[in-house]
Design a protein around this ligand. Structure first.
Ligand code: FAD
Ligand code: NAP
Length: 311
C-alpha cells in the first residue's frame, strides 16, 4: 500500500463522477477518479442525447461522456481504470481496494457509482437492448414515433413512461404481471383516460415470456396470461420499467442505504453520507430523478461539500 493519502477519490466516471472531478480539480484538490468497468457510465449506451443543455445537436451518449472525461483530465484529474472491490469508509482515512489489487487511501471519497435499470432476464431481452428494448422512454421514445410499443411494469415509472410515449407513438400497451398497481392513482387514472381513446391498452395479469425479433430489431412480445392463455403483441419498442438497482453493494456495510440500496444523504451537508468525509452523488443516491443533468448537479454539490469538509 502506498503511503500517499489522497485528498479526494471519486468512484465512477458517469456524469456525477466527471462533474465532481471538474469541480474538485478546479478547487486544487487533485482528485483521483476510479472509472469502474463502464467508463463514462450509463449514458454511453444511448445513441442520442436530446436533453443535455446546450447540446442541441443530439450528440451520442458516448461522445458527450468523452467530452466530460476529457474536461476532467484537462484540469488534472487522474483517471484509474479499475473497480472498487472493497471499501473501508468509517475512519478518518478511507481505504479502497481496487480490482487491480492496489489499495488507495484518501481523506474524502465521493461515491458516484450510478444505478442500473432492472431487467427481466427473459429470452431475447439482452439481444435486442438498444435495438428495440430500452429502459428509458424519455431518452429513446423519439425513435418509436408513430409505432406501437409496450411498457413493462406497474409502478409510477411505467405509467409515466406509458403516458410520455402515448404522445409520440401510435399505440402503447402497458403490460403488468398483476391487476393492482404500485403507481400513483393519478397516473393510473390518466392512462385509463388515454386507453379510453384507443391510444393505450392495459394488459394485466401478464408475464413476459420472450422478446421476438428478426435479428436486427424487435418485432413482438410474447406474453403468458394468468388465465393460462398466451398473447403476442406486435410492437417495435419494449420499455422495461420494473425498477432500478443502485450499484452500492460494495459499500453496504460501511454506509447507510435505504431498503432498496440507495445511499442516504443529508447527514449534515446535502451530499454527506452516514460516514464522515464520504459523499454520494447521482443515481446511486437518487431514486427519483435519475437524469444525466441531475446527476451532474449532485456531483458538483458533492465536490463542494468535500472541499468544505477538507477546509
Ligand atoms: P452512471 O452513469 O451510472 O455511472 C456510474 C459509474 O460508476 C460508471 O462509470 C460505473 O462503471 C461506475 N461504477 C459502478 N460501480 C463501481 C465500482 N464498484 N467501482 C468503480 N466504479 C464503479 N439521462 C438523461 O438525462 N438523458 C438521456 O438521454 C438519457 N438516456 C439514457 C439512456 C439509457 C439507455 C440509460 C440506461 C440511461 C439514460 N439516461 C439519460 C439516464 C442517465 O444515463 C443517468 O441518469 C446518469 O448516467 C447517471 O449518472 P451517474 O454518474 O450517477 O451514474
Ligand atoms: P416500483 O414502484 O418499485 O415499481 C416497479 C414495478 O415493476 C412494480 O409494478 C413491480 O410489480 C414491477 N416489477 C418488478 N420486478 C418485476 C419483474 N421481475 N417482472 C415483472 N414486473 C416486475 O418502481 P418504479 O416505478 O421505478 O418507481 C420507483 C420510485 O420512483 C417509486 O417510489 C415511485 O413512486 C417513484 N416514481 C414517481 C413518479 C411520479 O411521477 N410520481 C414517476 C416515477 C417514479 P409488482 O407491483 O407486482 O411488484
Amino acid at each position: 500500500m502506498s503511503d500517499k493519502i489522497e485528498k479526494v477519490v471519486i468512484i465512477g466516471s458517469g456524469p456525477a463522477g466527471c462533474t465532481a472531478a471538474i469541480y474538485a480539480s478546479r478547487a486544487g484538490l487533485e482528485p483521483l477518479l476510479i472509472t469502474g468497468s463502464e467508463q463514462g457510465g450509463q449514458l454511453t449506451t444511448t445513441p442520442e442525447i436530446g436533453n443535455w443543455p446546450g447540446e442541441f445537436g443530439n450528440p451520442s451518449g458516448f461522445d458527450l461522456m468523452d467530452k466530460l472525461q476529457k474536461h476532467a483530465k484537462a484540469l488534472g484529474t487522474r483517471f484509474v481504470s479499475a473497480e472498487v472491490k472493497k471499501a473501508i469508509l468509517r475512519g478518518a482515512i478511507k481505504e479502497l481496494t481496487l480490482s487491480s489489487g492496489e489499495t488507495i487511501r484518501s481523506s474524502t471519497v465521493i461515491i458516484a457509482t450510478g444505478a442500473k435499470p432492472r431487467y427481466l432476464g427473459v429470452p431475447g431481452e439482452e439481444q435486442y437492448k438498444g435495438h428495440g428494448v430500452s429502459a428509458c422512454a424519455t431518452c429513446d421514445g423519439f425513435f418509436y414515433r408513430g409505432k406501437d410499443v409496450a411498457v413493462l411494469g406497474g409502478g409510477s415509472a411505467a405509467f409515466t413512461e406509458a403516458l410520455f410515449l402515448s404522445n409520440i407513438c401510435n399505440k402503447v400497451y402497458l403490460v403488468h404481471r398483476r391487476d393492482g398497481f404500485r403507481a400513483e392513482k393519478v397516473l393510473v387514472d390518466k392512462l385509463k383516460a388515454v386507453a379510453a381513446s384507443g391510444k393505450a391498452e392495459m394488459v394485466l395479469g401478464a408475464v413476459t415470456d420472450r422478446v421476438n425479433g428478426d435479428g436486427n430489431a424487435v418485432k413482438s412480445l410474447s406474453l403468458l396470461l394468468n388465465d393460462g392463455s398466451k398473447r403476442d403483441l406486435e410492437v417495435s419498442g419494449i420499455f422495461v420499467a420494473i425498477g432500478h438497482v443502485p450499484a452500492t453493494s460494495v459499500f453496504a456495510d460501511e454506509i447507510e442505504t435505504d431498503a432498496e440500496g440507495y445511499i442516504t444523504t443529508g447527514h449534515g451537508a446535502e451530499t454527506q453520507t452516514s460516514a464522515e468525509g464520504v459523499f454520494a452523488a447521482g443515481d446511486c443516491a437518487d431514486r427519483i430523478y435519475r437524469q444525466a443533468i441531475t446527476s451532474a448537479g449532485q456531483g458538483c454539490k458533492a465536490a463542494l461539500d468535500a472541499e468544505r469538509y477538507l477546509s
